[in-house]
Design a protein around this ligand. Structure first.
Ligand code: GMT
Length: 379
């Protein structure tokens, strides 16, 4: 199949999922075309089956906001014609599903039919998409998609609750390439980050309010009072500076390392003992799954789709949003005995296996095939 993929090329989870999906589809013999404003961060290998087409938005002084949707839909039309793309898979509804629909209509004028698969990732439905300023257009573009998927049961339920959706929604969860995490690093270089008696706690995100970064710091503060520990904070975003300030106020700045965005997530997870994800809302929690795949147990909130990934008492523990005391208590209960920690590490890895890329990507292939068949029969 010739598949077009539209996504955000940045460090966000939707872009990571789209990129890993495209790479795997190309390995399975499909021709994949990424169409976005920058080469996706995890797309290192452009091969004969993987292509990247940059969307440029020329600046003009009249524009207060640059018309990205317009440039994207134009590029989609041009690339669909040039490369005879058969199906377009857009990740994150805003504004991708909308731009895809415009492209589809423009192509129809020329007798070309381009089916659209839209994957809903989270905030495009919960925090952003349901805002009254966007809702009408988001509802429209979901209903105009030829197939719609969501990354968890929880997100599917949120979509049905918040929007007047007429389409069927198929749940296709986030996934992980287990082979990248198993024995990938023989030498984690743990000694560079902490001494032998210290435990390493990790948080990875885009440091937005929804991630509840102060909770991460407070949980760590409680842990280090009882167990020698270091905290690794990976990512960039508006909450990073206040977090650095909070560490100073609590007098723990020497125990906390802020890495910024990193392409070495696997290496950081390799030396981690515990992952903390106290999010206000989280449609799935790909970061938690990546941690589990590296054998790192997870302390998380129980919001959104997290309970579909992090299993209570097995891969870690879940608490109500904001219950820092319960999260701290649970973290300490995992970390204080080596035998308990080893047990949770092994269990986290086993749970992660359920989301192996080789189980999930065929589900997308089946959806593409069914969508193509359905659309052809309507022509
Ligand atoms: O976590 C983020 O805020 C980034 C965001 C994105 O769309 O880039 O992530 C969302 O999509 C991920 C991949 O499907 C999910 O694993 C995350 O849970 C989801 N984030 C939220 O719902 C807050």
């Amino acid at each position: 199949m010739k598949i077009g993929i539209v996504c955000y090329p940045t460090f966000g989870g939707s872009g990571v999922v789209a990129t890993e999906l495209g790479i795997e589809l190309s390995k399975r013999g499909h021709e994949v075309h990424f169409i976005t404003y920058k080469q996706p961060v995890r797309l290192e290998l452009l091969g004969s089956n993987v292509h990247f087409h940059e969307v440029n938005v020329p600046e003009y002084p009249l524009f207060h906001y640059q018309p990205y949707e317009l440039a994207l839909s134009s590029k989609l039309v041009d690339m669909a014609k040039l490369h005879e793309i058969e199906i377009l898979h857009v990740h994150y509804a805003i504004p991708h599903a909308y731009a895809a629909y415009m492209a589809k209509k423009m192509l129809q004028e020329e007798g070309i039919y381009l089916p659209i698969v839209t994957t809903l990732h989270g905030t495009d439905i919960t925090l952003v998409g349901s805002h009254p300023f966007y809702k009408t257009a988001v509802t429209f573009s979901i209903n105009k998609s030829d197939a719609v998927t969501s990354v968890s049961e929880s997100l599917k339920n949120d979509t049905l609750r918040l929007f007047n959706v007429k389409n069927q929604i198929d749940v296709v969860t986030n996934f992980i390439d287990i082979s990248k995490h198993i024995n990938h690093f023989t030498d984690c270089q743990r000694a560079m980050m902490a001494s032998d008696n210290e435990k390493i706690i990790t948080h990875i995100s885009n440091f937005r309010k929804v991630k509840r970064i102060p909770d991460v710091i407070k949980i760590f503060y409680n842990i280090q009072k009882q167990i020698p520990a270091k905290l690794m904070m990976v990512g960039e975003g508006p909450e990073k500076e206040p977090a650095e300030q909070l560490c100073k106020e609590l007098g723990i700045e020497d125990k906390v390392v802020f890495f910024g965005n990193s392409n070495e997530i696997d290496r950081i997870l390799c030396f981690s003992d515990l992952f903390v994800l106290p999010s206000e809302t989280e449609s799935f929690g790909l970061a938690a799954l990546e941690a589990m795949a590296s054998g790192v147990p997870v302390i998380s909130s129980n919001s959104g789709g997290i309970p579909e990934v992090n299993i209570q008492g097995v891969s870690g523990y879940l608490s109500n949003v904001g219950d820092v005391e319960d999260m701290s208590k649970n973290a300490i209960s995992i970390l204080k005995e080596e035998t308990t920690l080893s047990k949770f590490k092994a269990q986290a890895k086993t749970e992660a296996m359920k989301f192996d890329i080789h189980k999930i990507v065929p589900q997308y292939e089946a959806i593409y095939q069914a969508t193509l068949t359905k659309c052809k029969s309507l022509l």
